[in-house]
Ligand binder design. Structure first.
Ligand code: MEV
Length: 426
C-alpha cells in the first residue's frame, strides 16, 4: 500500500550518516529488518544467487546506492534509489527536485507497455505477396504466440498485433515481421523472444522464406514515458540562469556533439534508477539513444521552455522498457527493496519515477554548466576522497576540504599535510 505519510523533504539529509539516512528511509517506507540489512551491506548478495544470475561467477562488485530526496511524483513523495559510481549524481538530482517540489513536482504518463519482436525473413521470392499472406494469417500467428505465455495473457497482455515491413538492404529485399506484444509489468524480453522463436517456423511456411533473426527491438517506441515539471527560477539562481539553461538545451538539440553529452547527463539519472531496481540498463540506454535520433538527427531527450511565470518548464520523452516482475527485479534483494522504497505497484509507475530522475538530472547539469561549471562540485568530492585516503576522520573531512579548496590546492600531498596538521591539533 502506498504510504501517504512519506515525505522526501528531509532538510540536511545529505549531512546525515549512511545509517541515519537508512533509518529514515526504513521508517518512511516500512522496510523489513532483512531489507535494511541488504542495503547496509550487512547481508551480501548470496553467492548461490549471484551464481544463478550470470555465468562463471567469482564474486560481486559493490556499487553505492543513494536515495535522491525532494521528489514528488504524480502528487506522491517518493524517495528515488540510485545506484551509481559517479559522484554528484544523487546530490544533483535531489537539488533539482527541490526546485520543483513547491511547484507541484513531477507529472508523468506512459503510452503503453508494448514491445516489438522482430522476425527477419530472407530469400522470399515475392515479398509483397508474402506480406499480404502474413496478414491473412494474423489471428493464427497471434494465437500461436499467446499459447507460449498464458500467464501474460491472463494478466491482460500478450501478442496483440502484427506489422510487416519490407526493407531494401545493400544486397537484398528482406521481410521484417514485427510482433506487437503488450508485456504489462514485465520488461518483456523473455516473453517476446520466446514468441518470436516459436512462431518463426510458421512464418517460414507462410512466406516460403528463411527466418534467421528472432529478437526483441530495444527501440520501444510504443512504450514511451513522459515526465514534466516546473522548476522555480529563483531556486535555480534567477532569470539569466534560466535563459542560459534554455540556450544550453537548444545547443544540444541542434548539435549532436553536445547532445551526446547532454543525454549522457540525463542517463546518469536514468541508468542509476534502472540499475538500483535490477532492470536492464543497456536496453534502456539503447532505446534512449535510438529514440533521440528518430527524427534523423540525434537530439536532446528533454525540452526546456520558460513559462508565463518566468519559471523553467521541462519535459522528457523516451522509451522506457522496465519491469517490476521477472529477472533481477524479483530475485535481487536490493532491487526488490528499491521498488519497495518507491512504493511502486506497476511498471508504468516505475518508468515515471525514472523519467523524473532523468529530467531532474538534466536540469541540474545544465544549471551548473550555465553558472559555476561542474568542476567546483566535482573538486570538493575529489578532495573528500583524498582526505579519506589521507586517513582523515569523518569529523575532520569538512575542515580539510574547505582549507584545500581555499588554497586551490587539491594535490594529495597537500591534503595529507593538512590532515596531519589538523590531527596534531596545530
Ligand atoms: C557528467 O557526467 C554529465 C554532464 O557532462 C552532463 C552535461 O554536460 O549536460 C555534466
Amino acid at each position: 500500500m502506498p504510504s501517504t505519510t512519506t515525505t522526501t523533504r528531509v532538510p540536511g539529509f545529505y549531512r546525515l550518516t549512511p545509517d541515519e539516512r537508512l533509518d529514515i528511509v526504513t521508517k518512511n517506507c516500512n522496510l523489513s529488518e532483512d531489507e535494511t540489512k541488504y542495503f547496509s551491506g550487512e547481508y551480501a548478495l548470496p553467492m548461490d544467487l549471484a551464481d544463478s544470475m550470470i555465468e562463471n561467477v567469482i564474486g560481486q562488485i559493490g556499487i553505492p546506492i543513494g536515495v535522491a530526496a525532494n521528489f514528488k511524483v504524480n502528487g506522491k513523495d517518493t524517495f528515488i534509489p540510485m545506484a551509481t559510481e559517479e559522484p554528484s549524481v544523487v546530490a544533483a538530482a535531489s537539488n533539482a527536485a527541490k526546485a520543483a517540489y513547491d511547484l507541484g513536482g513531477f507529472y508523468t504518463s506512459m503510452s503503453g507497455t508494448i514491445m516489438r519482436g522482430q522476425i527477419q525473413v530472407l530469400n522470399v521470392a515475392d515479398p509483397f505477396a508474402a506480406r499480404a499472406k502474413i496478414f491473412e494469417h494474423k489471428s493464427e500467428i497471434l494465437q500461436r504466440c499467446n499459447e507460449k505465455d498464458p500467464t501474460l495473457v491472463s494478466l491482460g497482455g500478450g501478442a496483440i498485433d502484427l506489422e510487416v515491413n519490407i526493407i531494401q538492404t545493400t544486397n537484398s529485399l528482406m521481410l521484417i515481421v514485427h510482433l506487437i506484444v503488450d508485456t504489462k509489468d514485465a520488461m518483456g524480453a523473455n516473453a517476446v523472444n520466446t514468441m518470436a522463436e516459436s512462431v518463426a517456423p510458421f512464418i517460414e511456411t507462410i512466406t516460403n522464406g528463411r527466418v534467421v533473426l528472432r529478437i526483441i527491438s530495444n527501440l520501444a517506441d510504443r512504450r514511451l514515458v513522459r515526465a514534466r515539471a516546473v522548476f522555480s527560477a529563483e531556486a535555480l539562481g534567477g532569470k539569466e540562469i534560466v535563459e542560459n539553461i534554455v540556450n544550453a538545451f537548444e545547443f544540444a538539440d541542434f548539435d549532436p556533439y553536445r547532445a551526446a553529452t547532454h543525454n549522457k547527463g540525463i542517463m546518469n539519472g536514468i541508468t542509476a534508477v534502472v540499475l538500483a531496481t535490477g532492470n536492464d540498463t543497456r536496453a534502456v540506454e539503447a532505446g534512449a539513444h535510438a529514440y533521440a535520433s528518430i527524427s534523423g538527427r540525434y537530439r536532446s531527450l528533454t525540452k526546456w521552455e520558460i513559462n508565463n511565470d518566468g519559471n523553467l518548464s521541462g519535459s522528457i520523452e523516451l522509451p522506457m522498457a522496465v519491469g517490476i516482475v521477472g529477472g533481477a527485479t524479483k530475485t535481487h534483494p536490493v532491487a526488490k527493496a528499491s521498488l519497495k522504497i518507491m512504493e511502486i505497484n506497476s511498471a508504468e509507475e516505475l518508468a515515471g519515477c525514472i523519467a523524473a530522475a532523468g529530467l531532474a538530472q538534466n536540469v541540474a547539469a545544465l544549471r551548473a554548466l550555465s553558472a559555476e561549471g561542474v568542476q567546483r562540485g566535482h573538486m570538493s568530492l575529489h578532495a573528500r576522497n583524498l582526505a579519506v585516503m589521507a586517513g582523515a576522520h569523518r569529523s575532520e573531512i569538512d575542515r580539510i576540504v574547505a582549507q584545500a579548496i581555499e588554497e586551490k590546492d587539491l594535490r594529495y600531498d597537500r591534503i595529507l599535510e593538512i590532515t596531519k596538521t589538523i590531527q596534531r591539533g596545530d
